[in-house]
Design a protein around this ligand. Structure first.
Ligand SMILES: C[S@@+](CC[C@H](N)C(=O)[O-])C[C@H]1O[C@@H](n2cnc3c(N)ncnc32)[C@H](O)[C@@H]1O
Length: 247
């Protein structure tokens, strides 16, 4: 039988967010491959906890290859090199071990995560064979909406999901209902015209240190900055997502 590699969405911060389908898949694998950003990577610890709860497969921590962040003119090239390095490192683990493997993907694998692309790169290298499947998880944007008890768009209206680095461009294009992820620098602080915008912001969603702020953007920015700093010192890490809506 062909070996399987399973990409399991694990939710965005709380082990209870793992779906029953994801838990069953995890219980059936022989080992888990996980990137370790540092020796005490807190997100690695979350994955360990999920493994302990579901079959306790071996967790193989792979030191994350460094990413060249110094050349903003070649962001795509830097990311491609980083994906190649990750594919090579994970391939080594798959060659060293037999059996089925899983990647525990933060949130849902469909949003701002490259595990699917990296697994495709491993297959393209041609040194190891396997079937792979993807099990959806609860994305941070869903947890944000639930925590604020909101729908992410007005009735029948669209929504744009984008990143902090592309926020200014999206607003200039006329988007008025946006979910912003991957924004370590709170790009909403620098909107050309911040008046008329409302924000629903959340950090470390789903964790005991979850922080939520909502209101007119210009009024609540200081509160968001303070809450962001508190979440970081409480958890040792901070990730935030927010909905911005004009009008
Ligand atoms: C690399 S992306 C991964 C997204 C993930 N696949 C998902 O579906 O949520 C990381 C970004 O997701 C968001 N994020 C992930 N977990 C979060 C959490 N617990 N609270 C708030 N935002 C989170 C943040 O915008 C963060 O910068």
């Amino acid at each position: 039988m062909t070996r399987r590699v399973r990409l399991i969405g694990i939710g965005s911060g709380h082990p209870d967010q793992l779906t029953l389908e994801g838990a069953a898949a995890l219980e059936g694998v022989d080992f888990v491959i996980a990137a370790a950003k540092s020796a005490d990577d807190p997100l690695l610890e979350s994955r360990r906890e999920i493994c302990r709860r579901h079959g306790n497969p071996e967790l193989v921590a792979v030191p994350d290859p460094p990413r060249d962040r110094d050349d903003p003119t070649d962001y795509t090239g830097a990311v491609a090199d980083w994906h190649d390095a990750r594919a090579a490192a994970y391939e080594r683990v798959l060659l060293e071990r037999d059996g089925d493997a899983a990647f525990l993907v933060w949130g849902d694998p469909a949003f701002y995560d490259s595990t699917i692309r990296i697994v495709e790169r491993i297959l393209a290298r041609g040194n190891v064979r396997f079937d792979h499947d993807v099990l959806p998880g609860i994305s941070s944007l869903q947890v944000l909406a639930a925590a604020h008890r909101i729908v992410l768009h007005e009735v029948g209206q669209p929504i744009l999901v984008t990143t902090g680095r592309r926020l200014a461009e999206a607003v200039a294009q006329g988007h008025e209902n946006l979910v912003v992820m991957l924004d370590g620098g709170l790009a909403c602080r620098t909107l050309v015209d911040p008046s008329g915008w409302r924000i629903w912001w959340g950090a470390n969603l789903g964790t005991p240190d979850q922080a939520l702020v909502a209101g007119p953007l210009t009024d609540v920015l200081p509160e968001i900055e303070a809450a962001r700093a508190r979440a970081k010192s409480a958890s040792g890490w901070v990730m935030d997502t927010y909905l911005l809506r004009r009008g």
